[in-house]
Design a protein around this ligand. Structure first.
Ligand SMILES: [Zn+2]
Ligand SMILES: [Zn+2]
Length: 255
């Protein structure tokens, strides 16, 4: 069994073919998917999916790359998270790769999410890109470890992974780990404890090898597990079993 800990099946590329998406999940032993919020405006779509499908969970949050959307408050996030299928706050974090200039608003938005996660005791889904130092600094300043969570679609160094683990966080690998040029990331996947690892697709983006160029979907997540298994010299089923256990351990407060 495998769980896709981070997908966007409400996005148009996948929302139009959900029967196919769920069919492939079933055939590839992907038992659950966590559908991640990127804007409050789109949250109703996500909660609708989580209510319609027993094996879909939801998060609530506003992505650091989204500029022209409703800025969430702590109170709003806590209120929207008060639903049995909402298991996480995010995705949130910092992205200095996609956006440049004065990004103080991004850091403020990140702090808001951490405060909400601590207030409602649900874990954080953190996106970090070209901003690892500030991400870890704000996590420490805001005591993000009190809520815990996951560093999603991880692409940083082993040192960053270890610092996040030290703060009580899990590390989630996406299809990037299967990419030809991802040697350094595969070394991270080989080095960190399996007990702190999750797997994800971040679909519809980042289709893993051998599906590069296709629309990614949760049913492809076992290719991530297979690559991690290969670099660690263990069966893919073991990676599936342990990351599934980790998923429920992390999100158990709400599941
Ligand atoms: Zn992300
Ligand atoms: Zn995402």
């Amino acid at each position: 069994m495998y769980i896709d800990s981070h997908c966007h099946i409400n996005f148009p590329d996948l929302a139009g073919k959900l029967p196919e998406v769920f069919d492939l999940m079933g055939r590839n032993q992907v038992s659950h998917a966590l559908c991640i919020s990127v804007e409050l405006e789109k949250f109703p779509e996500i909660i609708h999916l989580a209510e319609a499908y027993p094996n879909v969970y939801a998060s609530v949050g506003v992505h650091p790359d989204h500029e022209d959307c409703t800025e969430p408050t702590v109170e709003q996030l806590v209120a929207l998270a008060d639903h049995p299928k909402v298991v996480a706050i995010g995705e949130t974090g910092l992205d200095y790769f996609r956006l440049t200039g004065d990004l103080e608003w991004q850091r403020e938005r990140f702090r808001t999410h951490i405060r909400a996660a601590r207030a409602c005791q649900k874990p954080l889904v953190i996106h970090t890109r070209s901003a690892a130092d500030d991400t870890l600094r704000i996590m420490r300043e805001e005591q993000a470890g009190e809520a815990g969570g996951v560093m999603h679609c991880f692409t940083e160094s082993l040192a960053v992974a270890e610092a996040a683990i030290e703060l009580g966080f899990f590390i989630s690998f996406s299809g990037i780990v299967t990419f030809k040029n991802a040697t350094a990331l595969r070394e991270v996947a080989a080095a960190i404890p399996l007990e702190r690892m999750l797997i994800e697709t971040d679909s519809p983006y980042l289709a893993p090898v051998p599906h590069r160029g296709q629309t990614n979907q949760p049913g492809f997540v076992m290719h991530v597990a297979e690559e991690i298994a290969r670099v660690r010299g263990i069966p893919a089923e073991t990676v599936g079993e342990i990351t599934t256990g980790n998923f429920f351990r992390l999100f158990s407060a709400a599941v």
